[in-house]
Design a protein around this ligand. Structure first.
Ligand code: SAH
Length: 224
């Protein structure tokens, strides 16, 4: 009779194989070239970030519900955004929209520290607990409105928003260092959104590139 240990070992084996398949098909297969990003995507166990009932789809090519009407992003999109941030090992990164904490864990392997803000308390708490359990000690989670950034740790080398807004919030731009990169989906939720990358130049001006079309949950702005 197969005991609990055997069942668990074969489940872990299945998930590890599914993760390798995801890397080949959806990450490298779609053009992600940054070796550090590929390593990080291969190292973070996405199954730990999805609800139990979706475990079998942990390495599928899509977003999954995580509660509060929010989703964990599609693996390819997480890798694409991480690559677009052009991270160096010494960088400090701000993320708006922690969600499950998955993207933050991936980013944490690519830089020195990640500061991530989530407006839903239950998601922020669950992500913080999960990241601690997995030993992601350089990822710091805060509950609150991320459209104002996290000024105490600014300036950042890179800023990423995992939720779409009509425009890039000015406080985020203000918390980027010269030479820093900001990646965010811009556009109306439900309609087409463009993933944009802004770079802060020495003169204080931002250059903007459009990287491609995406679909994200909306960045919720605080009531004024
Ligand atoms: N990166 C996440 C995906 C998060 S989905 C992951 O890997 O799982 C986007 C998240 O942004 C949602 O959890 C949503 O609650 C959050 N969000 C939306 N507007 C926000 C705001 N103004 N401040 C902080 N978080 C926000």
């Amino acid at each position: 009779m197969r005991g609990w240990y055997d069942r668990r070992a074969s489940e872990e084996d299945r998930l590890a194989k599914a993760r390798q398949r995801m890397l080949r098909r959806h990450i490298e297969g779609r053009g992600i070239r940054d070796a550090r990003v590929i390593e990080a995507m291969g190292a973070v166990p996405r199954e730990e970030f999805v609800p139990r009932e979706h475990l079998r789809r942990a390495y599928g090519d899509g977003p999954l519900p995580i509660g509060m009407g929010q989703t964990i992003s599609q693996p390819y999109v997480v890798a694409w955004m991480a690559e677009a941030l052009e991270l160096e090992p010494g960088d400090r990164v701000l993320e708006v929209g922690t969600g499950s904490g998955y993207a933050a864990a991936v980013l944490g392997r690519l830089c020195e520290a990640v500061y991530t803000v989530e407006r839903h308390l239950s998601l922020a708490d669950a992500a913080g607990e999960r990241l601690r359990r997995l030993g992601c000690d350089n990822v710091h989670v805060r509950h609150g409105d991320g459209s104002g950034g996290w000024p105490e740790h600014a300036p950042y080398d890179a800023i990423v928003a995992a939720a779409a807004g009509a425009r890039v919030p000015e406080p985020l731009r203000a918390q980027l260092r010269v030479g820093g990169r900001l990646v965010m989906p811009v556009g109306v939720a439900g309609r087409g959104q463009v993933l944009v990358r802004e770079r802060l130049g020495r003169s204080g001006g931002f250059t903007r590139e459009e990287l491609g079309m995406v679909r994200f949950v909306p960045l919720v702005l605080p009531a004024t």
